[in-house]
Design a protein around this ligand. Structure first.
Ligand SMILES: Cc1cc2nc3c(=O)[nH]c(=O)nc-3n(C[C@H](O)[C@H](O)[C@H](O)COP(=O)(O)OP(=O)(O)OC[C@H]3O[C@@H](n4cnc5c(N)ncnc54)[C@H](O)[C@@H]3O)c2cc1C
Length: 408
Protein backbone atom coordinates (compact mmCIF):
# COMPACT_ATOMS: atom_id res chain seq x y z
CA UNK A 1 0.00 0.00 0.00
CA UNK A 2 1.30 3.53 -0.88
CA UNK A 3 2.05 5.53 2.23
CA UNK A 4 1.40 9.15 1.29
CA UNK A 5 3.21 12.10 2.82
CA UNK A 6 -0.10 13.95 3.06
CA UNK A 7 -3.73 12.97 2.48
CA UNK A 8 -6.10 15.94 2.15
CA UNK A 9 -9.87 15.67 2.65
CA UNK A 10 -11.75 18.15 0.42
CA UNK A 11 -10.77 19.83 -2.87
CA UNK A 12 -12.25 23.30 -2.28
CA UNK A 13 -9.88 26.30 -2.26
CA UNK A 14 -8.24 25.23 1.04
CA UNK A 15 -7.60 21.62 0.01
CA UNK A 16 -6.54 22.24 -3.60
CA UNK A 17 -4.20 25.10 -2.61
CA UNK A 18 -2.59 22.99 0.14
CA UNK A 19 -2.20 20.07 -2.30
CA UNK A 20 -0.73 22.32 -4.98
CA UNK A 21 1.88 23.86 -2.67
CA UNK A 22 2.96 20.53 -1.13
CA UNK A 23 3.06 18.66 -4.45
CA UNK A 24 5.08 21.48 -6.00
CA UNK A 25 7.61 21.01 -3.15
CA UNK A 26 7.95 17.32 -4.06
CA UNK A 27 5.61 15.73 -1.46
CA UNK A 28 3.47 12.71 -2.31
CA UNK A 29 -0.02 14.18 -1.94
CA UNK A 30 -3.41 12.49 -2.25
CA UNK A 31 -6.47 14.75 -2.46
CA UNK A 32 -9.85 13.13 -1.71
CA UNK A 33 -13.04 14.91 -2.77
CA UNK A 34 -16.60 13.79 -2.05
CA UNK A 35 -18.17 15.55 -5.06
CA UNK A 36 -17.61 15.15 -8.77
CA UNK A 37 -16.10 18.32 -10.31
CA UNK A 38 -17.08 20.77 -11.58
CA UNK A 39 -19.43 21.24 -8.62
CA UNK A 40 -21.41 24.17 -7.21
CA UNK A 41 -20.70 25.74 -3.81
CA UNK A 42 -23.16 28.09 -2.05
CA UNK A 43 -21.14 31.32 -1.97
CA UNK A 44 -21.23 34.98 -3.05
CA UNK A 45 -18.27 34.14 -5.29
CA UNK A 46 -16.23 37.31 -4.73
CA UNK A 47 -12.47 37.15 -4.13
CA UNK A 48 -11.25 39.92 -1.82
CA UNK A 49 -8.62 42.17 -3.52
CA UNK A 50 -5.77 40.74 -1.45
CA UNK A 51 -6.67 37.26 -2.77
CA UNK A 52 -5.19 38.35 -6.13
CA UNK A 53 -1.71 38.23 -4.57
CA UNK A 54 -2.35 34.66 -3.34
CA UNK A 55 -3.59 33.57 -6.79
CA UNK A 56 -0.36 34.92 -8.26
CA UNK A 57 1.77 32.96 -5.77
CA UNK A 58 -0.25 29.82 -6.54
CA UNK A 59 0.35 30.39 -10.27
CA UNK A 60 -3.35 30.52 -11.23
CA UNK A 61 -3.91 34.28 -11.63
CA UNK A 62 -3.69 34.20 -15.46
CA UNK A 63 -6.28 31.42 -15.64
CA UNK A 64 -8.68 33.34 -13.41
CA UNK A 65 -8.16 36.47 -15.52
CA UNK A 66 -8.79 34.59 -18.77
CA UNK A 67 -11.92 32.97 -17.40
CA UNK A 68 -15.23 34.92 -17.66
CA UNK A 69 -15.48 37.05 -14.50
CA UNK A 70 -16.60 40.40 -13.10
CA UNK A 71 -14.44 42.98 -11.36
CA UNK A 72 -15.72 44.56 -8.15
CA UNK A 73 -14.26 47.96 -7.25
CA UNK A 74 -15.80 48.32 -3.80
CA UNK A 75 -18.73 47.53 -1.53
CA UNK A 76 -22.08 49.21 -1.00
CA UNK A 77 -23.92 48.55 2.25
CA UNK A 78 -27.63 49.40 2.55
CA UNK A 79 -29.23 49.78 6.00
CA UNK A 80 -32.77 48.56 6.87
CA UNK A 81 -34.17 52.06 6.13
CA UNK A 82 -32.57 52.17 2.66
CA UNK A 83 -29.74 54.54 3.70
CA UNK A 84 -26.53 53.50 1.92
CA UNK A 85 -22.75 53.81 2.25
CA UNK A 86 -20.04 52.98 -0.28
CA UNK A 87 -16.40 52.05 0.29
CA UNK A 88 -13.93 51.78 -2.60
CA UNK A 89 -10.89 49.52 -2.75
CA UNK A 90 -8.75 52.26 -4.30
CA UNK A 91 -8.60 55.02 -1.70
CA UNK A 92 -6.48 57.66 -0.01
CA UNK A 93 -5.79 55.81 3.29
CA UNK A 94 -2.27 54.75 2.32
CA UNK A 95 -2.89 51.01 1.87
CA UNK A 96 -2.98 49.79 -1.73
CA UNK A 97 -4.59 46.57 -2.98
CA UNK A 98 -2.66 44.62 -5.66
CA UNK A 99 -5.33 45.73 -8.17
CA UNK A 100 -8.09 48.32 -7.60
CA UNK A 101 -10.66 45.50 -7.77
CA UNK A 102 -11.44 41.99 -6.59
CA UNK A 103 -12.43 39.22 -9.02
CA UNK A 104 -15.85 37.57 -8.90
CA UNK A 105 -16.55 34.34 -10.79
CA UNK A 106 -18.62 31.18 -10.32
CA UNK A 107 -17.18 28.77 -7.77
CA UNK A 108 -17.95 25.97 -10.21
CA UNK A 109 -15.18 27.40 -12.43
CA UNK A 110 -12.84 28.88 -9.79
CA UNK A 111 -12.59 25.69 -7.73
CA UNK A 112 -11.98 23.62 -10.89
CA UNK A 113 -9.07 25.93 -11.83
CA UNK A 114 -7.45 25.26 -8.45
CA UNK A 115 -8.05 21.50 -8.55
CA UNK A 116 -6.59 21.26 -12.08
CA UNK A 117 -3.56 23.26 -10.96
CA UNK A 118 -3.05 20.90 -7.98
CA UNK A 119 -3.13 17.92 -10.36
CA UNK A 120 -0.67 19.60 -12.72
CA UNK A 121 1.66 20.22 -9.75
CA UNK A 122 1.71 16.45 -9.14
CA UNK A 123 -1.03 15.81 -6.57
CA UNK A 124 -3.17 12.73 -7.16
CA UNK A 125 -6.87 13.54 -6.78
CA UNK A 126 -9.78 11.13 -6.40
CA UNK A 127 -13.28 12.56 -6.86
CA UNK A 128 -16.48 10.96 -5.56
CA UNK A 129 -14.46 9.74 -2.59
CA UNK A 130 -15.78 10.79 0.83
CA UNK A 131 -13.63 10.64 3.95
CA UNK A 132 -15.67 8.96 6.68
CA UNK A 133 -13.26 8.30 9.51
CA UNK A 134 -9.71 8.71 10.81
CA UNK A 135 -7.18 5.96 11.59
CA UNK A 136 -4.75 6.31 14.49
CA UNK A 137 -1.19 5.00 15.08
CA UNK A 138 -0.13 5.18 18.74
CA UNK A 139 -2.42 8.16 19.45
CA UNK A 140 -1.51 10.15 16.33
CA UNK A 141 -3.73 10.41 13.24
CA UNK A 142 -2.18 8.17 10.56
CA UNK A 143 -4.80 7.61 7.87
CA UNK A 144 -8.38 7.86 6.66
CA UNK A 145 -11.25 5.53 5.86
CA UNK A 146 -13.11 6.55 2.70
CA UNK A 147 -16.18 5.49 0.82
CA UNK A 148 -15.97 5.53 -2.97
CA UNK A 149 -18.89 6.55 -5.19
CA UNK A 150 -19.68 2.91 -5.85
CA UNK A 151 -20.01 2.22 -2.12
CA UNK A 152 -16.70 0.41 -1.53
CA UNK A 153 -14.65 1.25 1.57
CA UNK A 154 -10.88 1.85 1.40
CA UNK A 155 -8.17 3.11 3.70
CA UNK A 156 -5.26 5.42 2.96
CA UNK A 157 -2.23 5.92 5.21
CA UNK A 158 -0.27 9.16 5.44
CA UNK A 159 2.14 10.96 7.77
CA UNK A 160 -0.26 13.90 7.93
CA UNK A 161 -3.99 14.23 7.27
CA UNK A 162 -5.27 17.68 6.31
CA UNK A 163 -8.96 18.37 6.98
CA UNK A 164 -10.06 20.83 4.25
CA UNK A 165 -13.58 19.44 4.07
CA UNK A 166 -15.46 22.66 4.73
CA UNK A 167 -18.19 23.90 7.05
CA UNK A 168 -19.39 20.47 8.17
CA UNK A 169 -15.88 18.97 8.32
CA UNK A 170 -15.92 15.29 9.21
CA UNK A 171 -12.20 15.50 10.07
CA UNK A 172 -12.81 18.28 12.63
CA UNK A 173 -15.74 16.33 14.10
CA UNK A 174 -13.71 13.11 14.37
CA UNK A 175 -10.90 15.07 16.06
CA UNK A 176 -13.49 16.25 18.61
CA UNK A 177 -12.58 19.93 18.18
CA UNK A 178 -15.75 21.24 16.46
CA UNK A 179 -17.72 24.00 18.22
CA UNK A 180 -20.72 26.19 17.29
CA UNK A 181 -21.14 29.85 18.25
CA UNK A 182 -23.40 32.86 17.68
CA UNK A 183 -24.71 34.15 15.34
CA UNK A 184 -26.56 31.03 14.11
CA UNK A 185 -27.51 31.68 10.47
CA UNK A 186 -28.40 29.83 7.27
CA UNK A 187 -27.90 30.92 3.66
CA UNK A 188 -29.78 30.38 0.40
CA UNK A 189 -27.86 31.26 -2.75
CA UNK A 190 -28.83 31.53 -6.43
CA UNK A 191 -27.65 32.85 -9.80
CA UNK A 192 -29.92 35.44 -11.44
CA UNK A 193 -30.09 36.93 -14.89
CA UNK A 194 -31.82 40.26 -15.44
CA UNK A 195 -31.37 41.69 -11.94
CA UNK A 196 -31.67 45.46 -12.43
CA UNK A 197 -29.15 48.05 -11.24
CA UNK A 198 -26.16 45.75 -10.79
CA UNK A 199 -22.87 47.66 -11.00
CA UNK A 200 -19.17 46.77 -10.62
CA UNK A 201 -19.39 46.45 -6.83
CA UNK A 202 -20.60 44.08 -4.16
CA UNK A 203 -23.87 44.97 -2.41
CA UNK A 204 -24.91 44.08 1.12
CA UNK A 205 -28.53 44.76 2.10
CA UNK A 206 -29.25 44.54 5.82
CA UNK A 207 -32.86 43.86 6.77
CA UNK A 208 -34.80 43.60 10.03
CA UNK A 209 -34.32 39.84 9.75
CA UNK A 210 -31.20 38.72 7.93
CA UNK A 211 -29.34 40.21 4.99
CA UNK A 212 -28.68 39.79 1.27
CA UNK A 213 -25.25 39.85 -0.43
CA UNK A 214 -25.06 40.16 -4.19
CA UNK A 215 -22.82 41.09 -7.09
CA UNK A 216 -22.03 40.36 -10.74
CA UNK A 217 -19.96 37.26 -11.62
CA UNK A 218 -19.62 37.83 -15.38
CA UNK A 219 -21.66 36.98 -18.48
CA UNK A 220 -24.67 38.98 -17.26
CA UNK A 221 -25.18 36.76 -14.22
CA UNK A 222 -25.47 37.98 -10.62
CA UNK A 223 -24.89 35.79 -7.59
CA UNK A 224 -27.31 36.43 -4.73
CA UNK A 225 -27.17 35.10 -1.16
CA UNK A 226 -30.05 35.44 1.31
CA UNK A 227 -28.78 34.94 4.87
CA UNK A 228 -31.33 34.37 7.65
CA UNK A 229 -31.25 33.69 11.38
CA UNK A 230 -31.57 29.93 12.00
CA UNK A 231 -34.20 30.73 14.67
CA UNK A 232 -36.49 32.38 12.09
CA UNK A 233 -36.29 29.49 9.63
CA UNK A 234 -36.89 26.98 12.46
CA UNK A 235 -39.86 28.90 13.89
CA UNK A 236 -41.54 28.73 10.51
CA UNK A 237 -41.18 24.96 10.78
CA UNK A 238 -40.84 24.43 7.03
CA UNK A 239 -44.11 26.34 6.26
CA UNK A 240 -42.21 28.85 4.13
CA UNK A 241 -40.32 27.59 1.08
CA UNK A 242 -37.29 29.89 0.69
CA UNK A 243 -36.24 28.18 -2.52
CA UNK A 244 -39.56 28.64 -4.31
CA UNK A 245 -40.07 32.11 -2.81
CA UNK A 246 -36.47 33.28 -3.27
CA UNK A 247 -37.20 36.29 -5.54
CA UNK A 248 -40.14 37.43 -3.40
CA UNK A 249 -37.93 37.33 -0.27
CA UNK A 250 -35.54 39.83 -1.91
CA UNK A 251 -38.37 42.37 -2.24
CA UNK A 252 -38.37 42.75 1.58
CA UNK A 253 -35.09 44.71 1.36
CA UNK A 254 -35.54 48.44 0.51
CA UNK A 255 -32.49 48.58 -1.78
CA UNK A 256 -33.82 45.65 -3.84
CA UNK A 257 -37.44 46.67 -4.24
CA UNK A 258 -38.47 46.67 -7.91
CA UNK A 259 -35.09 45.34 -9.06
CA UNK A 260 -36.08 41.66 -9.30
CA UNK A 261 -39.13 42.13 -11.54
CA UNK A 262 -37.35 41.11 -14.76
CA UNK A 263 -35.00 38.65 -13.06
CA UNK A 264 -34.99 34.88 -13.45
CA UNK A 265 -33.13 32.21 -11.53
CA UNK A 266 -30.62 30.45 -13.79
CA UNK A 267 -29.03 28.14 -11.22
CA UNK A 268 -31.03 26.31 -8.58
CA UNK A 269 -31.23 27.83 -5.10
CA UNK A 270 -28.69 26.10 -2.82
CA UNK A 271 -28.89 26.10 0.98
CA UNK A 272 -26.04 25.92 3.49
CA UNK A 273 -25.40 26.32 7.21
CA UNK A 274 -25.83 26.70 10.03
CA UNK A 275 -22.77 28.81 10.88
CA UNK A 276 -20.85 30.03 12.90
CA UNK A 277 -18.61 27.03 13.51
CA UNK A 278 -15.02 26.90 14.68
CA UNK A 279 -12.45 24.40 15.89
CA UNK A 280 -11.13 24.53 19.43
CA UNK A 281 -7.68 24.09 17.91
CA UNK A 282 -6.72 23.56 14.23
CA UNK A 283 -4.39 20.59 14.94
CA UNK A 284 -4.98 17.09 16.37
CA UNK A 285 -4.21 16.72 20.09
CA UNK A 286 -2.07 13.66 19.35
CA UNK A 287 -0.46 15.10 16.18
CA UNK A 288 -0.66 13.89 12.58
CA UNK A 289 -3.52 16.15 11.42
CA UNK A 290 -4.43 19.78 10.90
CA UNK A 291 -7.42 21.77 9.62
CA UNK A 292 -7.49 24.45 6.88
CA UNK A 293 -10.24 26.76 5.56
CA UNK A 294 -13.83 26.46 6.80
CA UNK A 295 -12.90 23.18 8.51
CA UNK A 296 -10.79 25.28 10.90
CA UNK A 297 -13.29 28.13 11.28
CA UNK A 298 -16.10 29.88 9.48
CA UNK A 299 -17.83 32.74 11.18
CA UNK A 300 -20.26 34.48 8.85
CA UNK A 301 -20.33 35.31 5.13
CA UNK A 302 -21.06 39.06 5.51
CA UNK A 303 -17.46 40.24 5.04
CA UNK A 304 -16.69 37.77 2.18
CA UNK A 305 -13.24 36.69 3.37
CA UNK A 306 -13.61 32.89 3.40
CA UNK A 307 -11.71 32.18 0.17
CA UNK A 308 -8.86 34.47 1.23
CA UNK A 309 -8.68 32.64 4.59
CA UNK A 310 -8.74 29.25 2.86
CA UNK A 311 -5.86 30.15 0.51
CA UNK A 312 -3.81 32.01 3.14
CA UNK A 313 -4.42 29.14 5.58
CA UNK A 314 -3.08 26.74 2.93
CA UNK A 315 0.13 28.78 2.72
CA UNK A 316 0.51 28.71 6.50
CA UNK A 317 -0.11 24.94 6.59
CA UNK A 318 2.50 24.46 3.87
CA UNK A 319 5.09 26.50 5.81
CA UNK A 320 4.61 24.25 8.86
CA UNK A 321 4.34 20.93 7.01
CA UNK A 322 7.50 21.20 4.91
CA UNK A 323 9.91 21.20 7.90
CA UNK A 324 7.65 18.85 9.89
CA UNK A 325 7.75 16.25 7.09
CA UNK A 326 11.48 16.72 6.44
CA UNK A 327 12.22 15.37 9.94
CA UNK A 328 12.05 11.60 10.53
CA UNK A 329 9.38 10.05 12.73
CA UNK A 330 5.81 11.03 13.57
CA UNK A 331 4.54 14.57 13.00
CA UNK A 332 3.75 15.45 16.60
CA UNK A 333 1.47 18.14 17.97
CA UNK A 334 4.67 20.06 18.83
CA UNK A 335 5.76 19.94 15.19
CA UNK A 336 2.41 21.48 14.21
CA UNK A 337 2.46 24.20 16.90
CA UNK A 338 3.94 26.77 14.49
CA UNK A 339 0.75 26.44 12.38
CA UNK A 340 -1.42 27.40 15.37
CA UNK A 341 0.81 30.40 16.10
CA UNK A 342 0.98 31.49 12.45
CA UNK A 343 -2.81 31.38 12.10
CA UNK A 344 -3.23 33.49 15.21
CA UNK A 345 -0.71 36.06 13.95
CA UNK A 346 -2.28 36.18 10.47
CA UNK A 347 -5.97 36.07 11.40
CA UNK A 348 -6.45 37.43 14.96
CA UNK A 349 -7.42 40.94 13.78
CA UNK A 350 -9.64 39.56 11.03
CA UNK A 351 -11.42 37.28 13.53
CA UNK A 352 -12.27 40.27 15.77
CA UNK A 353 -13.40 42.44 12.83
CA UNK A 354 -15.59 39.78 11.22
CA UNK A 355 -17.17 38.93 14.59
CA UNK A 356 -17.97 42.59 15.34
CA UNK A 357 -19.47 43.07 11.87
CA UNK A 358 -21.22 39.68 11.81
CA UNK A 359 -22.86 40.29 15.20
CA UNK A 360 -23.56 43.98 14.41
CA UNK A 361 -25.62 43.21 11.28
CA UNK A 362 -27.96 41.14 13.45
CA UNK A 363 -28.85 44.33 15.33
CA UNK A 364 -30.75 46.57 12.85
CA UNK A 365 -30.61 49.78 14.93
CA UNK A 366 -26.82 49.50 15.24
CA UNK A 367 -26.40 48.68 11.54
CA UNK A 368 -28.54 51.71 10.68
CA UNK A 369 -26.39 53.98 12.83
CA UNK A 370 -23.06 52.73 11.45
CA UNK A 371 -24.19 52.90 7.80
CA UNK A 372 -25.41 56.49 8.27
CA UNK A 373 -22.12 57.52 9.96
CA UNK A 374 -20.02 55.88 7.22
CA UNK A 375 -22.10 57.49 4.47
CA UNK A 376 -20.95 60.84 5.88
CA UNK A 377 -17.33 59.68 6.38
CA UNK A 378 -16.22 58.15 3.06
CA UNK A 379 -12.56 57.92 4.17
CA UNK A 380 -13.57 55.70 7.08
CA UNK A 381 -15.86 53.66 4.82
CA UNK A 382 -12.91 53.02 2.47
CA UNK A 383 -10.74 51.96 5.42
CA UNK A 384 -13.33 49.48 6.70
CA UNK A 385 -13.99 48.05 3.24
CA UNK A 386 -10.22 47.77 2.70
CA UNK A 387 -9.88 45.82 5.96
CA UNK A 388 -12.58 43.36 4.86
CA UNK A 389 -10.76 43.23 1.51
CA UNK A 390 -7.73 41.93 3.46
CA UNK A 391 -5.23 44.57 2.24
CA UNK A 392 -5.76 47.08 5.09
CA UNK A 393 -4.62 45.61 8.44
CA UNK A 394 -7.66 44.86 10.59
CA UNK A 395 -6.04 46.78 13.47
CA UNK A 396 -6.40 50.03 11.44
CA UNK A 397 -10.19 49.59 11.30
CA UNK A 398 -10.26 48.51 14.97
CA UNK A 399 -8.33 51.54 16.26
CA UNK A 400 -10.35 53.47 18.89
CA UNK A 401 -10.62 56.58 16.67
CA UNK A 402 -11.96 54.51 13.75
CA UNK A 403 -14.48 52.66 15.94
CA UNK A 404 -15.61 55.96 17.49
CA UNK A 405 -16.06 57.47 14.01
CA UNK A 406 -18.34 54.59 13.03
CA UNK A 407 -20.59 55.05 16.05
CA UNK A 408 -20.64 58.77 16.91
C1 LIG B 1 -23.63 32.33 1.68
C2 LIG B 1 -22.15 32.38 1.64
C3 LIG B 1 -21.52 33.37 0.90
C4 LIG B 1 -20.13 33.42 0.86
N1 LIG B 1 -19.54 34.39 0.10
C5 LIG B 1 -18.19 34.47 0.05
C6 LIG B 1 -17.55 35.42 -0.80
O1 LIG B 1 -18.18 36.17 -1.55
N2 LIG B 1 -16.19 35.47 -0.77
C7 LIG B 1 -15.45 34.65 0.01
O2 LIG B 1 -14.21 34.75 0.01
N3 LIG B 1 -16.04 33.70 0.80
C8 LIG B 1 -17.38 33.58 0.81
N4 LIG B 1 -17.98 32.61 1.57
C9 LIG B 1 -17.13 31.66 2.30
C10 LIG B 1 -16.50 30.64 1.36
O3 LIG B 1 -17.51 30.03 0.58
C11 LIG B 1 -15.76 29.56 2.17
O4 LIG B 1 -15.05 30.18 3.22
C12 LIG B 1 -14.78 28.79 1.29
O5 LIG B 1 -15.47 28.03 0.33
C13 LIG B 1 -13.92 27.86 2.15
O6 LIG B 1 -13.16 27.00 1.34
P1 LIG B 1 -12.83 25.52 1.87
O7 LIG B 1 -11.95 24.93 0.84
O8 LIG B 1 -12.41 25.57 3.27
O9 LIG B 1 -14.25 24.78 1.90
P2 LIG B 1 -15.24 24.41 0.70
O10 LIG B 1 -15.15 25.39 -0.37
O11 LIG B 1 -16.56 24.16 1.35
O12 LIG B 1 -14.67 23.04 0.14
C14 LIG B 1 -14.75 21.85 0.90
C15 LIG B 1 -14.71 20.67 -0.05
O13 LIG B 1 -14.68 19.48 0.73
C16 LIG B 1 -15.54 18.52 0.14
N5 LIG B 1 -15.94 17.60 1.21
C17 LIG B 1 -16.82 17.80 2.21
N6 LIG B 1 -16.87 16.74 3.00
C18 LIG B 1 -16.00 15.84 2.50
C19 LIG B 1 -15.61 14.53 2.90
N7 LIG B 1 -16.14 13.96 3.98
N8 LIG B 1 -14.67 13.89 2.17
C20 LIG B 1 -14.12 14.47 1.05
N9 LIG B 1 -14.48 15.70 0.63
C21 LIG B 1 -15.38 16.38 1.36
C22 LIG B 1 -16.68 19.34 -0.42
O14 LIG B 1 -17.36 18.64 -1.45
C23 LIG B 1 -15.93 20.57 -0.94
O15 LIG B 1 -15.53 20.41 -2.29
C24 LIG B 1 -19.35 32.51 1.61
C25 LIG B 1 -19.99 31.51 2.34
C26 LIG B 1 -21.37 31.42 2.35
C27 LIG B 1 -22.02 30.36 3.14
Amino acid sequence: MTRWDVVIAGAGPAGSATALLLARAGMRVLLLERARFPREKPCSEYLSPETTRLLERLGVLAEVEHSAHAKLYGMKVVAPSGAAMYGGFSAGHGYAPPRPYGFALPRRRFDAILLDAARRAGAEAHEETAVEDLLYDAGAVGGVVVRRGGGTRETYRARVIVGADGLRSIVARRLGVRRASLPRRLAFTAHLEGLAGVEAMGEMHIGRLGYVGLGPIGEGVSTVALVLPLRVVREEGGRRDYRAGFLAELERFPGLRGRVEGARIVREVLATGPFATWSRRPVADGGGALLVGDAADFFDPFTGQGIYSALRGAELAFETLVPALAADGPVTRGALASYVRARRAAFAGKWVLERLIGLGVGWPALAERVVRRLARRPGLADLLVGATGNFVPARAALAPAALAGMLW
